[in-house]
Design a protein around this ligand. Structure first.
Ligand code: HEC
Length: 191
């Protein structure tokens, strides 16, 4: 429960900075910001359903997952060419000095989004019995370097995906949003 509360607070934190520095952005930067914005809007829109406040709809989950997939992984990384963070961008230089970790987070989001799509039919809270408490409760601890190392590299890892796809939609949503937060904390300057 504590875990959930923290997570939804994190969701709000992700959304709070929406459209702050957006004005004056052009070209690839505008495209980058629009991608992020699309994920922010979609996350905000689907959060009540993920919290059980609205009826669960598997198609909505798949549509949401598709939005995340479109804007994560390689498509996201393509919008971060070396050193492209002149104002109004708030992207940190650390992105390019620590590209390995940055790109791993982008791929991690893609992985969770892909799993979310696969798991859409599992239903909201139908966690896989064997792993659920580990994945649901202690996942935060696993989100460090080890996990990133596991998932990093050049794309979605099939084995990881298979495991993740057995989790509940709710858990996968929470994990996805934690990747947003993890990346923003490290690689996006505070406004
Ligand atoms: C791999 C890193 C990374 C991941 C993962 C990530 N973001 Fe971002 N996000 C950034 C960076 C860096 C910026 C700042 C971009 C800039 O100003 O050039 C940003 C900016 C944003 C913005 C502000 C856009 C604007 O209008 O200026 C929103 C909203 C946002 N992200 C939402 C999300 C959501 C929601 C997720 C997860 C579903 C997410 N992001 C995942 C790195 C990431």
């Amino acid at each position: 429960m504590k875990f959930k509360t923290l997570t939804f607070a994190a969701t709000i934190a992700v959304l709070a900075t929406t459209a702050v520095a957006h004005k004056g952005a052009k070209g690839m930067l505008l495209e980058r910001m629009n991608g992020m914005l699309a994920m922010g809007k979609a996350t905000k829109a689907i959060a009540p359903m993920m919290r059980g406040l609205e009826d669960y709809d598997a198609d909505r989950t798949s549509d949401y997952a598709a939005i995340l997939q479109t804007h994560s992984g390689d498509p996201m990384l393509a919008l971060f060419p070396d050193g492209m963070n002149a104002a109004p961008s708030v992207a940190k230089d650390a992105i390019w000095t620590n590209w390995k970790e940055f790109s791993a987070l982008a791929v991690q989001l893609e992985t969770y989004a892909t799993a979310l799509d696969l798991a859409a039919q599992n239903g909201l809270g139908n966690a896989a019995p064997a792993n659920s408490s580990m994945m649901g409760g202690d996942m935060t601890g696993m989100m460090g370097a080890d996990m990133i190392g596991m998932m990093g590299g050049t794309g979605v890892d099939e084995k990881t995906l298979e495991t993740l796809a057995g989790l509940s939609v709710n858990t996968l949503f929470v994990q996805s949003v934690q990747v947003c937060s993890a990346c923003h904390t490290k690689f996006r300057a505070e406004e």
